[in-house]
Design a protein around this ligand. Structure first.
Ligand code: THU
Length: 164
């Protein structure tokens, strides 16, 4: 006998950032601004991220590349690691991710490593991280739980569940 599991992903598509509440628009603007400070001389692909903590603080980051390519780090993790290194008890409620130059059909979505890190952050804090994704035009994609982008992800439970 076989059982089938279907995983669904909900994306809320806003035609214009101005449809969002002002704090969301502000977060997107901070991410857009962070992108302009990215260090991306190799890809010329500038990414900005800005996250909001439960207490209202905003932390931003951008991609930081290196001539040894794998040493580079994405905007999302730059922002998240900065926030969590400042305050290990911080709770991230929202993250805006903006690639101002991206004119694709949909805004850029986080890479696999960032999805893994965001998923663990949700488990760590017990609160979902809401994502706002934007590109060149005014449309914004909203994903209510970052972990939804990485179904069946690896997590700490596997490290302790009878593998010895
Ligand atoms: N990048 C990010 O910062 N975030 C993403 O979501 C996708 C990719 C960066 C990594 C690298 O510096 C450049 O974009 C091209 O892959």
């Amino acid at each position: 006998m076989a059982r089938t599991t279907t995983v669904t992903l909900q994306i809320i598509q806003h035609d214009a950032a101005t449809d969002l509440h002002q704090p969301d628009q502000d977060l997107l603007e901070q991410a857009r601004s962070a992108a302009s400070r990215a260090y991306a001389p190799y890809s010329n692909f500038q990414v900005g991220a800005a996250l909001r903590l439960a207490d209202g603080r905003v932390v931003s980051g951008n991609n930081q590349e290196n001539a040894a390519f794998p040493a580079g780090i994405c905007a999302e993790r730059t922002a998240l690691h900065a926030a969590m290194s400042m305050d290990p008890h911080a709770v991230v409620t929202d993250m805006a991710i903006v690639v101002p130059q991206s004119k694709g059909e949909r805004p850029v979505t986080p890479c696999g490593i960032c999805r893994q890190v965001l998923a663990e952050q949700e488990q760590r804090q017990g609160v979902p991280v809401r994502l706002l994704l934007a590109g060149y035009d005014a449309s914004v994609h909203e994903i209510l739980r970052a972990g939804d982008l990485l179904p069946l992800s690896f997590d700490a439970s596997f490290l302790t569940s009878g593998n010895s």
